[in-house]
Design a protein around this ligand. Structure first.
Ligand code: DGY
Length: 337
């Protein structure tokens, strides 16, 4: 019998725990696969978002969260997650769904995805503008309803844009890109209102900064591109719509609460303004029986401005980068603080 060899038990491998993260919805795979490779990732698989109760449960013990604009991330959620939480990476450029001050107070970093959805959002703003100006949706609907009976000299008369005035509220990245398209393509004169001056856009698009009321009075098209803040919430109310031209078109691809929806409905119904093109509403989702949907002069899309493959993939890459950087204690690629 061989002599018994005294063997020491193998030294256990020192395992470093993978960070625990909750991803509140399926996002493009290019972002998810990187998160899954480095984290213990719980990815919410449903089409609808997790309920508030589910969210509070799932965030417990997480080191990082990847959230959507439809998830409210406030003190309650941050508390539910716990003190180990390092980062909240929002899959959006807007971050009005996150209580950033609360996050900062807890030393939790907050990331967003600016830049990569600029072109897509500007394209949709122009698409909504053209659709609203030229009655695209009601005229198309009339064919489906069997109402195309003849060529009508007085049917579906819209507004032309060439040489008219565009008023941009919030001349940031997206507002400037819309201005560039409509200045270059339609020769529109550009006015803008907003908190700060944009000298580059003033030069490039010969944009002129004017007070908000003056912009309303002079513009043929008023397009909202501002972030939702206490200052911009409900800035388009009954008084604002009354100051606009009866031929004016209002476009909102920013956030629904920038306008007062009842006031917008009244203005459209009374003909205070010609039409509206909205990618955002208040509330979202908009119920199918909302009165706005009964108006032929209001075209609405379901918050799809960034919905191109290119933009959504790029947003996923940035959101993953932000999440992983925050977990590693490194500076985020795009930090909102
Ligand atoms: C954003 O990113 O804020 C848009 O509203 C959705 O992509």
């Amino acid at each position: 019998m061989p002599e018994a060899v005294l063997r020491l038990p193998p030294t256990p491998l020192k395992m470093t725990a993978r960070p625990k993260v909750f991803v509140t919805r399926m996002i493009p795979e290019c972002g998810l696969e990187r998160i899954r490779a480095e984290c213990d990732a719980d990815v919410w698989p449903e089409r609808l978002p997790p309920s508030r109760q589910e969210l509070l449960l799932r965030v417990k013990g997480c080191d990082g969260l990847l959230t959507l604009l439809s998830d409210t991330i406030d003190a309650e959620v941050l508390n539910a997650a716990g003190p180990q939480l390092k980062v909240v990476s929002n899959y959006a450029v807007g971050y009005n769904n996150i209580d950033v001050a609360e996050a900062v107070r807890r030393d939790v970093k907050v990331g967003n995805t600016p830049g990569v959805l600029t072109e897509a959002t500007a394209d949709l703003a122009v698409a909504l503008l053209l659709a609203a100006a030229r009655c695209v949706v009601p005229s198309e609907r009339s064919i489906r309803n069997g109402d195309w009976l003849t060529w009508e000299p007085l049917g579906f008369l819209g507004q032309e844009l060439t040489g008219k005035t565009l008023g941009i509220v919030g001349l940031g990245r997206i507002g400037t890109t819309v201005a560039r398209r409509l200045r270059g393509g339609w020769g529109m004169k550009i006015l803008y209102a907003g908190r700060s001056r944009n000298l580059a856009a003033e030069q490039e698009a010969q944009a002129e900064r004017v007070p908000f009321d003056e912009l309303l009075a002079q513009s043929d098209v008023v397009s909202a591109h501002c972030a939702l803040t206490d200052e911009t919430k409900h800035m388009f109310d009954a008084a604002a719509f009354r100051k606009m031209k009866a031929t004016a078109i209002f476009v909102n691809t920013a956030r629904g609460p920038v306008h007062v929806q009842q006031d917008l409905y009244d203005a459209l119904k009374r003909g205070d303004i010609f039409a509206a093109g909205l990618d955002v509403t208040d509330p979202e989702p908009l119920p199918a029986d909302d009165p706005l949907l009964s108006l032929p002069n209001c075209v609405i899309t379901p918050h799809i401005a960034s919905a191109t493959v290119t933009a959504r993939d790029a947003m996923a890459e940035i959101a993953a980068d932000n999440l992983l950087a925050g977990l590693a204690g490194k500076p985020l690629r795009h930090d909102v603080e």
